[in-house]
Design a protein around this ligand. Structure first.
Ligand code: ZN
Length: 441
């Protein structure tokens, strides 16, 4: 068994340039995972790998990608002459961006600390990767509308760098896998499931999931199952493989009038076991999700019999997320994901991130999930997170003070911690029976 993760101080800082990451989501995840010493258990820790236009146009159209990667801050050798200038300019632009945005500034943690690394990175990678886009003319208003680059998907400074690193992170997982050895490969900064072929949507610009699945198929893995636990419908992935016989897409999502993206109904699936929509209502809890997994999802996965599984582990359905729609616990969602992984013990498993808008909750979730994944395969983790003590404190690390209002407690959102909220569960057991009938189970 091989363990691979794409993460680094540089990658998470770049990931946090995405406006909805609130300047800290990826960094808090990385810092907490590192505080628990979990990176030591991985065979490969991939540091910010860069995807090229060529990588992205395996799914997206060339015209769209060129527009995404063109920005005022083009990285070419003439623009950055001295190391200091480069780093200062990056930091300055990023800070200015956050000052101008609505992000609350008391929790600004964008830190750009490794200047030499950053410098080297720019020089060697971005110059090469971006040399292909010199011929793109400036965007006009029509292009912004045409490509969805407005509202929740604006063009922001360093969008190009952000996309190349996030997509590069997910695709770099493929470097270390082969057909003989089972593996677990993770990129918590990936999982951008809404991006369409030539349209940005829901904070997603390039669909790293579709690109990953396509690459797996090209590398000889015949059948792939994709499962999406994000609160929102995984529309970009479902749409991309709608007519593929070799890729099964399963999405559990909130489906209610007016809720983004507005699609994902049962009817859209045409009774197919290959494209599976599992629309649920407000208030879903652990028990309901686990029932859905054992009665509907597990049999559907077994029928398809894939060689790889890609799981989008969006955490906006957790209790304590800003959406406040579902009430899954950290332990509940982790258990759900682990139970699916358990069906792919001797195969290839990919875990990607996704939505999640309470950064203090998200960091706890991905840290706990990472530790449980490692334990599932027999790693005896010396620093594992104590389970049954509601008083257990988060490990000390560079961002510990951000957790002050939650009294530094690990399980503040699970158990009956002070952050725990209780919602009415609108989902009825009968609905699961209806889903079983619909999919002929
Ligand atoms: Zn979401």
């Amino acid at each position: 068994m091989k363990f691979i993760i794409s993460t680094s101080s540089l990658q998470c800082q770049i990931a946090d340039i995405l406006p909805c990451n609130n300047g800290k989501k990826a960094q808090l995840i990385f810092a907490l995972i590192r505080a628990y010493g979990l990176l030591d258990y991985f065979d490969h820790v991939n540091d910010a790998t860069v995807a090229t236009i060529k990588d992205m146009t395996k799914f997206h159209t060339l015209d769209y990608v060129k527009h995404l990667l063109t920005e005022e801050f083009t990285y070419n050798s003439t623009e950055y002459i001295e190391k200091e200038d480069q780093v200062l300019r990056l930091a300055e632009v990023a800070r200015k961006f956050y000052q101008d945005s609505d992000v609350e500034d008391d929790n600004q943690v964008l830190w750009f600390d490794n200047e030499y690394e950053l410098f080297r990175y720019f020089k060697e990678e971005f110059n090469n990767a971006n040399s292909e886009i010199d011929d793109v003319s400036k965007l006009d208003d029509k292009d912004f509308t045409k490509y969805g680059l407005q509202h929740d998907c604006p063009k922001f400074p360093f969008l190009s760098m952000y996309l190349q690193v996030i997509v590069g992170g997910t695709l770099s997982l493929l470097q270390h896998i082969d057909h003989q050895t089972p593996s677990i490969a993770i990129n918590w900064d990936g999982g951008r499931h809404h991006a369409l072929k030539h349209y940005a949507s829901g904070f997603c610009y390039v669909n790293d999931i579709v690109l990953l699945i396509q690459s797996l198929r090209r590398k000889g893995w015949k059948r792939v199952t994709y499962i999406d636990f994000d609160l929102h419908y995984g529309d970009g992935v479902a749409k991309a493989f709608r007519f593929s016989e070799n890729v099964q897409t399963i999405s559990v999502h909130l489906y209610e009038p007016g809720f983004f993206p507005g699609t994902g109904s049962l009817e859209e699936t045409r009774n197919s076991k290959q494209m599976v929509n599992l629309p649920v209502l407000h208030g879903m809890d652990d028990k309901y999700l686990l029932e859905l997994i054992s009665s509907v999802i597990t049999p559907l996965i077994e029928t398809f019999n894939a060689e790889c599984i890609v799981i989008q582990c969006g955490s906006d359905g957790l209790s304590g997320d800003k959406y406040n729609e579902w009430q899954l616990s950290i332990r509940g969602l982790t258990h759900a994901i682990i139970s699916i992984m358990d069906m792919f013990r001797d195969k290839q498993v990919f875990l990607l991130g996704g939505g999640g808008y309470n950064e203090l909750l998200v960091s706890r979730f991905y840290t706990y999930l990472t530790s449980k994944v490692l334990e599932l395969y027999g790693n005896n983790i010396s620093s594992s997170i104590p389970e049954d003590d509601s008083e257990v404190l988060l490990r000390d690390h560079e961002f510990i003070e951000l957790y002050k209002d939650e009294n530094y407690r690990y399980w503040s959102y699970d158990n009956d911690g002070e952050q725990k909220t209780s919602l009415q569960n609108d989902n009825k057991k009968l609905h699961i029976e209806e889903l079983k009938q619909f999919y002929h189970l």
